[in-house]
Design a protein around this ligand. Structure first.
Ligand code: SF4
Ligand code: SF4
Length: 150
């Protein structure tokens, strides 16, 4: 076969290729470990990675979102549901749901928001056993607000 190396008689008798293979294995056995032993060890996400969504809050803890619906309009997966109402002349959000099972973590919702009201934090451990728990509601959107970089 093309590319096959012809072994010399010496190499054939003393199994040189096999010895080389074992030496390579030994080199990696005692070299620096590159395997991350997740979940005991965790790798820091790359900067600006897009994890789970969360609300950005005002200094008094209130939501910035005014339920304009732009994030839902831009969402290519159509997985955001928003409702709002006017209270004391100010429009507030009364329902904010993201169906995470359909989200592709593209970040378009964050980019589209004119109020800078949502962010995606570096939290990626969001697995659940029941997919019904993958609906992020308005209360859930507060869970990681304290982790939004200032
Ligand atoms: S990250 Fe993308 S897919 Fe997910 S909710 Fe936002 S816009 Fe939709
Ligand atoms: S998160 Fe931003 S874009 Fe989405 S409804 Fe609220 S204010 Fe509008």
């Amino acid at each position: 076969m093309e590319g096959d190396k012809k072994l010399s008689l010496f190499e054939k008798i003393f199994f040189i290729e096999i010895i080389k293979g074992h030496l390579l294995t030994l080199k990696y056995m005692f070299g620096k470990n590159v395997t991350v032993m997740y979940p005991d060890e965790k790798r820091a996400p790359v900067p600006k990675s897009r994890g789970i969504h969360t609300f950005k809050l005002e200094s008094d803890g209130t939501e910035r979102c005014n339920a304009c619906g732009l994030c839902a309009k831009f969402c290519p997966s159509n997985c955001i549901t928003i409702k709002g109402e006017k209270v004391d002349g100010k429009r507030i959000v009364t329902q904010y749901d993201i169906d995470i099972t359909r989200c592709i973590f593209c970040g378009m919702c964050v980019d589209a928001c004119p109020k800078d009201a949502i962010a995606m934090v570096e939290e990626y451990e969001i697995s659940v056993y029941n997919k019904d728990e993958m609906n992020l509601d308005q209360q859930g959107m507060h869970k990681y607000s304290s982790r939004v970089p200032s």
